[in-house]
Design a protein around this ligand. Structure first.
Ligand SMILES: [Zn+2]
Length: 106
């Protein structure tokens, strides 16, 4: 499942509103560097990406909400639209901010 453009923009807006805008990777090279770094070293202050984390959370919630019968029809759709859960945007952004504050407190 992949967020539609509308909900993708909403997610970016929510993350910026939560004060995490400066942590969003600038450009595809930085995005890829952080993905590789997270795989190699786990999540830390140098590879944190609030958008990726929020998006992963939405994917996890989707997988746990989905029925087996829905799986095929839902796969190509935006999870927020499919489940009609606009509140997940705010929750994912909040949880991402909480994760960042935890990482910084180590
Ligand atoms: Zn959508």
């Amino acid at each position: 499942m992949k967020l539609c453009q509308y909900h993708w923009n909403k997610l970016i807006e929510a993350i910026q509103a939560d004060g995490l805008g400066d942590l969003i990777p600038q450009g595809p090279l930085e995005l890829v560097r952080r993905i590789h770094s997270r795989k190699a070293d786990g999540i830390n202050q140098t590879n944190f990406d609030p958008v990726s984390l929020a998006n992963d959370l939405i994917t996890i919630w989707s997988v746990s909400s989905i029925g087996r019968d829905d799986l095929m029809s839902a796969a190509s759709q935006c999870p927020i639209c499919f489940f009609d859960v606009p509140q997940w945007i705010e929750k994912a952004s909040n949880d991402s901010g909480e994760a960042w504050r935890k990482i910084c407190s180590f």
